[in-house]
Design a binder for this molecule. Structure first.
Ligand code: NAD
Ligand code: ZN
Length: 368
């Protein structure tokens, strides 16, 4: 059935987000409709409103949500009404070479579902009946969303929805970069550049994995304070030093792992330069497609350094989302503390402004 839903929409790159009442069609074959309970505001949503992530508007934002199944399409056997579900902005077909070799974030079919559902169409239209694209095949910054099951993960019903929502992007991306991409060893020395929702989770991932030193690097003193609460042993405000990479090296002798959680070539260079011999720099931030990074080539072989990327924390979402929620329930990962502030959907523009101003670990839009 068709449902009316308030939704956060990007109409034009460079303009503030708008809240509109849209129509969300019911599920087709292999799809489910969710009543969304909570959706985190991620920097990637902002990047879609500026064109840095070039998904064409009009676009329903949101990829970091949890909701309850209210309708199930034909052929769906793994989900039923009432299930709690977390969105995955990466569509995982489960059948291609990458999926079967355990790398679902690299699914060969995922690129078909960047701003529409995997079949190339959308279930969302505006008040004039015009189709609306959906961020990451999700578009979950809305009261309802119809998604393909390849973008859905069933989760434990006892976890508060606003916490479960954050697992789908910020937590999985940050913690997964440490656990899955870097496979950080206990006793390692690490630095995290950029302490937003993603970087804070890289910090707590390092702490949980047993890092010896964890250096948080940011330009916002409030973020550096938050970093300490999540396990940072040292902080560096880039405004207080000439060169952040040199400052990290001075403190640590060169880190074993550096995580870039900003999305800019110069910061990737800093992360790489902060490495010690044998170190690995993991690029998590999503840069503009034209952005470039340069490095001293010789350091790759002579220091056996590694530069690698991490997409959704190299997740196997069906395995890792429940695993992260289990670690939360066991008291080994913080989720409650990540939600600095909740907003009703009418205040979505404020939630984006507060992210830009660096006020929140995560701002979360909560629905009735
Ligand atoms: P955010 O806006 O909450 O945080 C960014 C942080 O970086 C802020 O604390 C800011 O003060 C800091 N910062 C800015 N410039 C800096 C600099 N030069 N040096 C050090 N710190 C600096 O963003 P977020 O939601 O945490 O997202 C971070 C990045 O991760 C974005 O690029 C986002 O698109 C990307 N992301 C990647 C994935 C992935 O799968 N790889 C998933 C989600 C988000
Ligand atoms: Zn995100």
């Amino acid at each position: 059935m068709d449902r009316q839903a308030k939704a956060v929409v990007c109409r034009e790159w460079g303009q503030p987000v708008q809240v509109e009442t849209i129509t969300v069609e019911g599920p087709r074959r292999g799809e489910i409709t969710l009543k969304i309970a909570a959706c985190g505001v991620c920097h990637s949503d902002l990047s879609a409103t500026t064109g840095k992530i070039p998904y064409p508007p009009p676009l329903v934002l949101g990829h970091e949500a949890a909701g309850v199944v209210v309708e199930v399409g034909e052929g769906v056997t793994d989900f039923q009404e009432g299930d709690h579900v977390v969105s995955s902005f990466i569509s995982m077909c489960g059948k291609c070479r990458q999926c079967v070799r355990g790398r679902p974030v690299l699914c060969e079919n995922a690129r078909k579902a960047m701003f529409n559902l995997p079949d190339g169409t959308v279930r969302t239209k505006d008040a004039n009946g015009e189709p609306l694209n959906v961020f990451g095949a999700c578009g979950v910054m809305a009261e309802f969303a119809t998604m393909h099951v390849d973008n859905c993960v069933k989760v434990d019903q006892t976890v508060p929805m606003q916490n479960a929502a954050l697992v789908s992007c910020a937590v999985m991306t940050g913690v997964g970069a440490v656990f899955n991409t870097a496979k950080l060893e206990p006793g390692s020395r690490a630095a995290v550049f950029g302490i937003g929702g993603v970087g804070l989770n890289a910090i707590q991932g390092c702490a949980t994995a047993g890092a010896e030193m964890i250096v948080a690097v940011d330009n916002n003193p409030a973020k550096l304070e938050m970093a300490k609460e999540f396990g940072a042993t040292h902080t560096i405000n880039i405004n207080d030093v000439d060169d952040a990479a040199k400052a990290v090296k001075k403190l640590t002798g060169g880190v074993d792992y550096a995580f870039e959680c900003v999305g800019a070539g110069p910061v990737v260079e800093q992360a790489y330069k902060s490495l010690g011999r044998g170190g690995t720099a993991v690029v998590v931030g999503v840069a503009d497609p034209k952005d470039k990074t340069s490095l001293t080539t010789l350091t790759l072989p002579a220091d056996e350094r590694t530069l690698k990327g991490s997409w959704l924390g190299s997740a196997r979402p069906q395995h890792d989302f429940p695993r992260i929620l289990g670690l939360y329930k066991a008291g080994k990962l913080k989720l409650d503390e990540l939600v600095t502030r909740t907003y009703p959907i009418e205040e979505a523009a404020q939630a984006f402004d507060d992210m830009v101003a660096g006020k929140n670990a995560r701002g979360v839009i909560v629905f009735e």
